[in-house]
Write a protein that binds this ligand. Structure first.
Ligand code: R5P
Length: 301
């Protein structure tokens, strides 16, 4: 490990080269980045998440209730989720939401939220624990285990502890881990931060990383040896959300893990379809926007 003094003494700045135009070298013939050397079970779960044709995924995130309660748009999961299920690839949710509000007769991936401990009335959201044991994740048929990870925040140590415990448990039963990069309220969404956080979480063994779009996103992706899916974040206009999705895919994301920009849209199903066109069918943001408008017009809403 480089010692602090060594770092301070270093006088010559060494440039970095992300080789953003060079494809990832060690994928073998498997469609998920960084997973070529994993076993059959891991690969099967990852294939339930990432479409083998496009290599990409549309995850629908509705796990917000685990710390935000009933946010706008998610008041009635039992009404919303059945409408959306056929329009996305993966449901990202808590076990409570899945067991109570989603019938098990669907054939989509499950990203199971397994960390908890914060709520919107906390000052510091970064202190969580592992809230779901591995046996229950297996009972839920989870395709990956989602853990909130706070790099640079007060709860960094405990969140890395949580992440490591989940990765270790998942490895015993061939269930991948999804590291969710959290951004504290005083932190900036810069490529410098996301390069640090995504790389730390990947090197600790996460198989998928969820993070936000930022400038120089292609460098964040290039330096991360596992697939990155991009969170939607706060509600934007539909047009801006499609542009963010398009730029993310252009920068090398392998999909979106989107919540509010789908379920807070006036047209959640059509928005999910438009995102799917960008993610799986190489639509530009302009084409997806036209697709959305055509569908809205035809729906008569
Ligand atoms: C936040 O940590 C939750 O896990 C959500 O899944 C995540 O924020 C994605 O949802 P949104 O697109 O609304 O940001």
């Amino acid at each position: 490990m480089a010692d602090k003094e060594g770092v301070k003494r270093e006088a010559v700045k060494v440039d970095k080269n992300y080789y953003t135009d060079v494809p990832f070298k060690t994928n073998g013939n498997f469609h998920v980045k960084g997973a070529a050397n994993l076993d059959w079970g891991m690969k099967k779960h990852l294939t339930n998440i990432f479409n083998p044709k496009s290599g990409n995924t549309v995850m629908f995130a509705f796990d917000h209730g685990y710390f935000m309660g009933s946010v706008s748009g998610l008041e009635r999961l039992d009404i919303l989720i059945p409408q959306l299920i056929d329009h996305v690839d993966v449901l990202m949710a808590t076990r409570g939401a899945l067991r109570t509000c989603v019938k098990p007769n669907f054939r989509k991936g499950i990203a199971l939220r397994v960390s908890a401990g914060s709520s919107m009335i906390n000052d510091d959201l970064s202190h969580e624990l592992v809230s779901v044991d591995i046996e229950d994740a297996i009972r839920m048929n989870a395709d990956c285990l989602a853990v909130q990870t706070f790099i640079g925040a007060g709860g960094q140590l405990s969140s890395i502890d949580n992440l490591s415990k989940v990765i270790n448990a998942g490895a015993r039963y061939s269930i991948p881990t999804l590291g969710v990069i959290a951004v504290g309220k005083d932190m900036e969404r810069t490529s410098q931060y996301f390069k640090l956080a995504t790389r730390i979480v990947a090197e600790l063994g996460a198989n998928i990383i969820k993070t936000y779009y930022c400038d120089d996103f292609d460098e964040v992706v290039a330096a991360c040896p596992v697939p990155i899916v991009v969170a939607g974040g706060k509600k934007l206009t539909e047009k801006d959300a499609l542009t963010m999705a398009y730029k993310s895919m252009l920068g090398g994301a392998r999909g979106l893990d989107m919540g509010r920009n789908i379920f807070q849209s006036k047209y959640p199903v059509l928005m999910a379809d438009a995102i799917g066109k960008i993610v799986h069918n190489k639509y530009t943001d302009k084409e997806a926007w036209e697709f959305l408008n055509d569908k809205i017009k035809n729906s008569g809403k």
